[in-house]
Design a protein around this ligand. Sequence first.
Ligand SMILES: [Zn+2]
Ligand SMILES: [Zn+2]
Length: 138
Amino acid sequence: MQITGQCHCGAIRFSATADPAKVFACHCADCQIISGGPFRAVIAVPADQVELVGTPKQYVKVAASGNRRAQAFCGDCGTQLFATEADVPETLNIRLGCVNERAQLKPVVQVWKDSAMPWLPELDSTPAHMRGRDSPLA
Ligand SMILES: [Zn+2]
Ligand SMILES: [Zn+2]
């Protein structure tokens, strides 16, 4: 399917041909910290299938194994866009949050479930509170 997306300020936009069966949720500590959320969800897309407009900033995360991963984000608004191989990008793990079609893209696999927030399964029964269009928490 075709996906499109952009950062919050609009300086960076992308479109891609993506496989909806390649949507993953990761509960590892790095994903929690870097995303600022309880977990991170991505869609994995071959780098040559992605058309990117604008130049993201990159933070290179070095794993204990020495593996280097570039974390791309908008240098103006800070929106996280994707992660990829730091040296030769082969696959872009595009952050689901900035993909316009994200509601249709359900994760097929959860990674690092052992470090998932213990309260996640209860979230569905947490009271919902709507306060108009603008989130007071954003
Ligand atoms: Zn931006
Ligand atoms: Zn992770």
